[in-house]
Ligand binder design. Structure first.
Ligand SMILES: NC(=O)C1=CN([C@@H]2O[C@H](COP(=O)(O)OP(=O)(O)OC[C@H]3O[C@@H](n4cnc5c(N)ncnc54)[C@H](OP(=O)(O)O)[C@@H]3O)[C@@H](O)[C@H]2O)C=CC1
Ligand SMILES: O=C(O)[C@@H]1CCC=N1
Length: 285
């Protein structure tokens, strides 16, 4: 289905980590040409120049210019900045444009309310692995979304990884796994890397072994048909090294901690909705 992206002009409102991960992934996977991507931010001109230099994308601080030719507008500022950001572009937007928001906790209804018209709005939750074509992305349609808009969104994000459609009410939960999840993995891997010094192992060799070990574990989980529990039972020998290590994880309730971590992130997404994404009651149609 990765066909339509070449015909579109994409405007990124926000030029941070997530915007960069998405457009760099699209460019690297040859799904979009940099001339068809225009990027703006709030104030950091140096950042825009750096992105132009690195990827060849168009940049501009003039919001009218940014919105002028865009068919698809990707909102990629922090959730707290969405109101000001949309206020600054609203007069240059139209119902012919598709709005894709990657903002955690911000609902499609709230974006429609801020836009003040009926342009289609789709809420997407990708992750930074989009930069290497390996995002785990979900999307949920808001009002006025037609099949063609779903197709565009699917093909854009399919170009940078796996993509699935969900109901908007499930996006908070998915954010905790797919959106925030990479950070939890990096946090654990950081501790593994740090153990190398304590083990007096060569850092380069140790890091390569750890990453390959993780890659291999993922491959086996995907391909063996076994559950994670079955797989770790196969690694463990009575009285062996794995059993000794797992005992430390169990004693420290690492599985419970991980569940708490995911639940807390999902809850935070809901809190963001309450704090920053409430549509005044008298405006709901
Ligand atoms: N990082 C991640 O892994 C993921 C992030 N997200 C979501 O992506 C969004 C962006 O996150 P992230 O990239 O990490 O954030 P960053 O802080 O890296 O980037 C935010 C960007 O938004 C710009 N911005 C702020 N206000 C405005 C405005 N009024 N008009 C135009 N641009 C504006 C900033 O510009 P300036 O620097 O000039 O202020 C900056 O370029 C968030 O809503 C987050 O929830 C979703 C999935 C994963
Ligand atoms: O931390 C955040 O709020 C964003 C959403 C998912 C990843 N980063």
């Amino acid at each position: 289905m990765i066909l339509v992206t070449q015909n579109y002009k994409l405007a990124f409102i926000g030029a941070g980590s997530m915007a960069e991960a998405i457009f760099s992934g699209l460019i690297q996977q040859n799904k979009m040409s940099p001339e068809n991507i225009i990027v703006t931010n709030r104030q950091n001109e140096e950042r825009l120049l750096e992105l132009k230099e690195k990827y060849g994308v168009q940049i501009s601080s003039n919001h009218e210019h940014v919105l002028a030719e865009a068919n698809v507008v990707i909102l990629a500022m922090k959730p707290a900045g969405v109101q000001k950001a949309i206020e600054s572009i609203r007069s240059y937007t139209s119902e012919n444009q598709l709005f894709i928001s990657v903002l955690a906790g911000i609902t499609t209804d709230y974006i429609s309310y801020l836009l003040g018209h009926n342009a289609p709005v789709i809420r997407v939750m990708p992750n930074t692995s989009a930069a290497v074509g390996s995002s785990a992305t979900v999307f949920a349609p808001g009002k006025s979304v037609k099949d063609e808009h779903l197709t565009i969104t699917e093909s854009l994000f399919q170009a940078v990884g796996m993509v699935r459609q969900v109901k908007e009410e499930d996006v908070d939960s998915v954010t905790a796994i797919a959106g925030s999840g990479p950070a939890y993995m990096y946090y654990i891997v950081e501790a593994m890397f740090d153990s190398l010094d304590e083990l007096h192992l060569d850092r380069q060799l140790g890091e390569a072994l750890i990453l390959q070990m993780i890659q291999g574990s993922v491959d086996l989980m995907k391909n063996s048909g076994h559950t994670p529990r079955e797989l770790y039972q196969k690694v463990k020998s009575p009285g062996g090294t794995t059993e000794a290590g797992l005992k430390v994880l169990e004693d420290n309730q690492i599985q419970e901690t991980m569940r708490n971590c995911i639940n807390r992130a999902a809850q935070r997404s809901k809190e963001i909705t309450k704090e920053m994404s409430t549509v005044p009651a008298n405006t709901i149609k």
